[in-house]
Design a protein around this ligand. Structure first.
Ligand code: FES
Ligand SMILES: [Fe+2]
Length: 393
């Protein structure tokens, strides 16, 4: 761990302790209004999809979903069918799951292990690196230059157990630079070596309604009285950012047990008095807890008022016995229920209120500092080209 991360964690831990003792929380300079149409207008949503989700690096998968050479998974993001494959050399490729003959979906299984992919329409075959291996009945087809009809491949970067890609094959975005300090932080966790417990898919509201829910703990007492609230203080947050990505700290009910700890050593007490949510803009929220780690991968659409979220669950070590396996499955189900039945259910009702068109704006408090920053980042990315400075937390 670099000195910087130690200082950052220790400072945030100390401030969370102070907030609990003083009845305070991290504060923005003012409250902030966001027009309701920012959530509901289909034209704004489409602009966000074009300028954010199809332009910036987004999480497409978790490394441990495809650990072995030949492993693959398929999924669809924003109407783009993806085929993510593990190569012999251990790297991952993010390909478009569309046959380059006439456009048929190539692989239909959600996951598996195979060297070759054969198109179900006319039988062209492709290697798992995306190259065209054979044209069915080639002599009758006509000349095709080598490399000319390989699968579309997207720029990708895998690190820290996460696979990011830009869904624009011509993009020159530097993915590692974009992930920046947040990836330095996450990579140190070594999640690429962890055990994949499984995933759960849930359906929820507009992507920003959903993202807002991961950013603040103001709602814990009212919305999670029996799940989160017994464990974590309501409305005690601390925010830090790496570019558009955020590190959000929450104080656990046992945070005062850290009073005697030297403040410079607090970094060693993550998950033992305070917790962090790590958010990569625009579609990832990572919650590392002692029992299990949840990586929420948010996929907007198909329309403005919907998102699909894949909750991936990981654990630092393999299960030692059947009880371990059961406990992890139960914990994954429990977290899925919290996000689905509490957060996303509220989000769906909330956006119904916004869709009436009769409430002109939502209002974020000074305490909802991370939400304010998130909405400023969305505006900045959707309006890029204007001479406005990039937002800072
Ligand atoms: S569309 Fe795939 S082989 Fe024809
Ligand atoms: Fe919540």
């Amino acid at each position: 761990m670099t000195v910087d991360t130690k200082i950052q964690y220790s400072r945030m831990g100390a401030r969370l302790l102070d907030h609990v003792q003083n009845g305070t929380t991290d504060w923005a300079v003012d409250t902030m209004e966001v027009p309701s149409t920012e959530y509901t207008d289909p034209a704004i949503w489409q602009q966000e999809m074009d300028t954010i989700f199809k332009t910036l690096p987004i999480l497409v998968g978790v490394s441990q979903e495809i650990p072995e050479p030949g492993d693959f998974k398929t999924l669809e993001i924003l109407g783009i069918p993806l085929l993510i494959t593990r190569q012999k050399d251990g790297t991952a490729k993010v390909l478009m799951n569309v046959c380059t003959h006439r456009g048929m979906t190539l692989a239909s299984a959600p996951c598996g292990n195979q060297k070759l992919f054969s198109c179900p329409y006319h039988g062209w075959t492709f290697k798992s690196d995306g190259s065209l291996r054979a044209i069915a009945d080639a002599p009758k087809f006509g000349e095709v230059c080598e490399g000319a009809r390989d699968l579309v491949q997207f720029p990708a970067h895998e690190e820290g157990g996460l696979i990011f890609a830009v869904l624009n094959a011509d993009s020159d975005v530097d993915i590692r630079e974009y992930l920046g300090g947040m990836m330095d932080d996450v990579a140190k966790k070594g999640m690429d070596q962890w055990t994949y417990v499984g995933n759960r898919t849930i359906y929820g509201p507009n992507w920003k309604v959903a993202y807002d829910g991961y950013l603040e703990g103001y709602h814990f007492k009212a919305a999670h009285p029996e799940t989160i609230e017994p464990r974590t203080f309501t409305n005690v947050m601390e925010y830090d950012a790496h570019g558009p990505h955020q590190l959000v700290g929450f104080a656990a009910k046992n945070v005062t047990s850290l009073e005697e700890v030297d403040r410079d050593d607090l970094w060693q007490h993550e998950s033992k008095g305070f917790d962090f949510i790590r958010l990569f803009f625009p579609n990832v929220s990572i919650f590392i807890a002692p029992e299990i780690t949840q990586i929420a991968q948010m996929i907007p659409g198909p329309g403005p008022m919907e998102n699909t979220t894949i909750l991936h669950f990981l654990h630092p070590s393999p299960p030692e016995n059947d009880e371990d396996v059961t406990a992890r499955v139960e914990m994954a189900d429990w977290l899925r229920d919290v996000v689905q039945d509490e957060d996303y259910n509220i989000g769906l009702q909330l956006q119904k209120g916004l869709q009436t068109g009769l409430m002109k704006s939502v209002l974020f408090g000074r305490n909802e500092r991370g939400n304010q920053y998130f909405h400023r980042c969305v505006k900045w990315y959707t309006n890029r080209g204007e001479e406005t400075p990039k937002p800072e937390l």
